[in-house]
Write a protein that binds this ligand. Structure first.
Ligand code: ATP
Ligand code: MG
Length: 645
């Protein structure tokens, strides 16, 4: 449907510089022909304490072992802060924009250095040592970034848990990595609503008894309970510490952090990333994929509770000496113009967000975007889910005013950083495609029988060789790591995503492999049907799943959310059926259309299709892990109104 539109490189697009298409081809070929030479050179972008002599030592077979730069030593915090001081001490490292539009703050690299040294000394004073796990449960305030960098500086392993998670979910994550330290704030703020962070931590600690010390940042000043033997006020502890704290010398393969996946497809996995390879990967992808140039303001809207926040709010941008914007609020507070107002206020150059936010804002109409001066913005990014062409074009035409390239970036918590994305200026864009692999990423498509597919084809997406940013293990459960990612295809990392490769070698993510349905022998990605549905004006969101069907094998069950003001009706149902038949073909005809005011989503905004699948299959007694759902009550109403009984 949308594939015919190709948006080429326009001569007036300011992004073209780093790399032409030919250079991309050349560099890509070099990166896969001789990874040792390529990554050995690329790793020079970091400051090493002791240079490495070995580059790549990875084995996807047997137990799976992944090591990069294994005899080198460095410190991530020193690379993100200290080494910029000679040239950039007075450049802004972080811009904080609070939940309320009148609150913001700027921190230079010089100030960041002092903050992080002091924070690190507070951690040491609490008894935190190299290798200890520290749980960070924070709002999007600057102290969250200081906390992460300070763990890196002192050699502690951070585990950031998104501030929207319940005490139960927090306790589970504290226990899973045996974390004796928690860093939190009294309360968080999101869209003027208070989030009782300290209270949740207290509850989590009463569930899991292992926490010894809690460091509390005073943010809202709200009332909280206090355990004098355990709780420490940050503002008090920081008064007595020195502003000097030498960074710990870390091996390239020492753990940097643990981060739990979103839980869209099953119970969350404790993904472990290490020091050297992760920083090479995030720093290089940040520079190339976002065409980052010194002095620019980079805004990734993700929370630091997700990998996107780790890699593109904190580590990638700071490793490159960039100005990174940290946003505490939500896109719709005080109203739907917030993102665009913030872009104008801080003269944002590069803006990176998720399709779920774009779809929500698109629904509100263009006037909110048009009211803001977006002339500083020159590049737009998307991540988290397939971006349907409808939203892509809105992003391109309305937000980007047809002058900003869009980088649709496909990657996972497990991959550490971007894996498939266009290089702005070099890669002609196709709406809805993440386009081509980044340097060193060797992709393959397999069919369900394990046969590798060549040329234009549709199949299961895998990566056949290691890249520096790859996760090293599931924390405390290496067998689960091997089993989850390396047992489906021999010597290959299996992503769990379905994907189509077109005749130009472009990749189109079609959703999770589990979301592929087979109707009368035709395999179809549910993302395509969803895209067709949301292209209709009476649909603001749609989720499609399969269910057992006597005749077709699988039937198509579509959950549809109409925009505010549109009433579901039998007429609308018929119209949507006709619409999909026309857009894709009779084979994609929805059998059941279930109108609903909302869909079950993870806290990061992804639709939880596995729950929708169970409801559609009329098998909802065991819904699996629902701890990461944003609003569990939606599930009950969906069950009540289910159509397949
Ligand atoms: P879990 O692994 O616990 O089920 P999750 O897969 O949602 O959770 P993440 O690592 O946050 O956890 O998400 C990675 C997934 O998000 C990818 O596997 C892919 O399905 C989807 N994704 C991310 N970016 C894109 C993109 N640009 N286009 C299409 N899909 C994307
Ligand atoms: Mg996943």
């Amino acid at each position: 449907m949308s594939e015919s539109i190709t948006i080429g490189v326009k001569p007036d697009v300011k992004a073209v510089t780093l790399c032409t298409d030919e250079q991309y081809q050349e560099m890509y070929a070099a990166s896969v022909a001789d990874p040792d030479t390529f990554w050995g050179e690329q790793a020079q972008r970091l400051d090493w304490i002791k240079p490495f002599t070995k580059v790549k030592n990875t084995d996807f077979g047997g137990d799976v072992s992944i090591k990069w730069f294994e005899d080198g030593t460095l410190n991530v915090c020193a690379n993100c802060v200290d080494r910029h001081l000679p040239e950039r001490a007075n450049d802004v490292a972080l811009i904080w924009e609070g939940d309320e539009p009148d609150q913001s703050q700027k921190v230079t690299y010089g100030e960041l250095y002092e903050k992080v040294c002091k924070f690190s000394n507070v951690l040491k004073g609490m008894g935190v040592k190299k290798g200890d796990r520290v749980t960070i449960y924070m709002p999007m305030i600057l102290e969250a970034v200081y906390a992460m960098l300070s763990c890196a500086r002192t050699g502690a392993i951070h585990s950031v848990v998104f501030g929207g998670f319940s005490p139960d979910a927090l306790a589970g994550r504290i226990e899973d990595c045996d974390s004796r330290f928690v860093i939190t704030a009294d309360e968080g703020l999101r869209g003027s609503k208070k989030v009782p962070l300290k209270k949740n931590v207290d509850e989590a600690i009463s569930i899991s008894g292992i926490v010894e010390k809690t460091l509390v940042i005073k943010h809202t000043g709200g009332d909280i309970d206090w355990a004098a033997d355990r709780d420490i006020w940050y503002h008090e502890a920081v008064e007595d510490v020195s502003a000097d704290c030498p960074p710990e010398e870390m091996n390239a393969e020492d753990p940097l952090f643990i981060l739990y996946t979103s839980g869209s497809t099953g119970s969350p996995k404790g993904v472990l990333h290490t020091t050297g390879g992760y920083l090479v990967w995030t720093s290089m992808t940040h520079q190339y994929v976002f065409d980052y140039k010194p002095g620019e303001v980079f805004w990734c809207t993700a929370d630091v509770g997700w990998v996107t926040g780790h890699s593109y709010v904190v580590y990638g941008p700071l490793a490159n000496g960039a100005t990174s914007l940290v946003f505490e609020g939500v896109p719709t507070y005080p109203d739907a113009s917030r993102f665009w107002q913030v872009c104008e206020k801080h003269k944002v150059n590069i803006f990176y967000t998720a399709p779920t936010a774009l779809r929500a804002l698109m629904r509100e109409g263009d006037s909110y975007v048009k009211a803001a001066d977006l002339s500083s913005v020159r590049l737009l990014g998307s991540v988290g889910e397939p971006i349907n062409p409808e939203a892509w074009l809105w992003y391109y035409n309305v937000v980007g005013q047809e002058r900003c390239p869009i980088v649709d970036t496909w990657w996972q918590t497990e991959t550490g950083g971007v894996m498939i994305a266009p290089l702005p200026g070099a890669t002609p864009l196709k709406p809805g495609s993440a386009t081509r692999p980044f340097f060193g990423v060797q992709l393959a498509l397999f069919d369900n029988e394990g046969k590798k597919l060549e040329g234009a084809a549709s199949g299961n997406l895998a990566v056949t060789d290691s890249w520096p940013g790859q996760m090293r293990t599931v924390y405390g459960d290496h067998a689960r790591f091997q089993q989850t990612y390396f047992s489906t295809y021999k010597n290959t990392y299996f992503t769990g995503d379905g994907c189509r490769r077109d005749e130009d070698g472009y990749y189109w993510i079609t959703g999770r492999v589990d979301d592929v349905i087979n109707v009368s022998g035709h395999r179809m990605g549910t993302a395509e049907i969803e895209s067709a549905l949301v292209a209709h004006e009476a649909v603001s969101e749609a989720a499609v799943v399969g269910y057992p069907h006597d005749v077709k094998g699988q039937g198509i069950y579509a959950y549809v959310t109409p925009p505010v003001g549109v009433e579901p009706s039998e007429e609308l149902r018929k119209e949507l059926v006709q619409w999909v038949r026309h857009e894709i073909g009779p084979i994609a005809t929805p059998d059941l259309i279930h109108f609903t005011p909302g869909l079950p989503k993870t806290r990061s905004g992804k639709i939880m299709r596995r729950i929708l699948r169970k409801i559609a299959e009329n098998e909802f007694s065991n819904l699996g892990d629902t701890s990461t759902l944003a609003d569990p009550s939606i599930v009950d109403s969906l069950i009540e109104k289910r159509l397949n009984r």
